[in-house]
Design a protein around this ligand. Sequence first.
Ligand code: FO1
Length: 308
Amino acid sequence: MKITALAGGVGGAKMVDGLAQILPAKDLTVIVNTGDDFEHLGHKICPDLDTVCYTLAGLANPETGWGRKFESWGAMESISALGGPDWFRLGDRDLGTHLERTRRLRMGQTLSQITTDFCSAWEIGPGILPMCDEATPTMVLTEQGELAFQDYFVARHCEPQVLSFRFANIENSRPAPGVIEAIKAADHVIICPSNPWVSIDPILSVPGIKDEVGKKHVVAVSPIIGGKAVKGPAAKMFAELGITPSAQAVAQHYGSLLDGFILDNVDEEQVELMESMETTTFVTNTLMKTSEDQAQLAQEIVDWINSR
Ligand code: FO1
């Protein structure tokens, strides 16, 4: 069975890692959010692509979820000592990725070509595709004005109250090569337990992607468990936008795109509400603390999908 997953951030990377453990590599393609990408210290940083790739390559930092394991911070310390911008922490090993990616971009290669090459160097089996090759930076409209995503997320610790989101230049973007083909070829699309507002919505906003996803069987895994986000600001965003954060709110956010929804045992009482919305549900442990948890959740989802 062929699966195409939509992913961003640490929750997405964990789900994808679980799927990669149980599916043949040729049957899994991951479309990754690039709305978080930005230029920093003159280099192109792609946090979600790198988080997914480092995780699948076994290179990810298990404490932070982003960046590399066995990292050293010499370059950052030098920048800091010179009074340079040190609010966004780039480790030495991670920096190598950004240097090489930026070098290739400046030679005229596309982000999708570079990602394919990096994945083969890191011996990653599943297909990993950026949602598009164009820059479509996520902008967060807050009570303190409009902020670039990493300014909001890292520099300001997600503190400003959110009013809305905008994906700049999205209307001029096109699905990266292979994206539409991967969705068409999929038996199922899985929306990973990533932030709906800033990880999944950017992907679905690339012209053509949502229409193609809408033709498939689509299931989503809730990133909200017991009213709280497993990691990151998703619950805070729902609340600030006037929506009580819950698994049900996530299902409502995706609306008719979904024909299945996976929620955690602690949210079992929400099943009736969701089934009244005509979304079939699957209830299990969705908290992925270990690699075994990731594989178990992936297997349960695939078994459930197969049995429907
Ligand atoms: N997140 C932080 O909270 N602080 C950082 O200093 C930081 C550095 C960083 C470097 C490379 C990278 O790929 C990601 C990094 N992140 C950092 C995480 C990242 O900004 C966010 O988690 C994602 O954009 C949200 O999915």
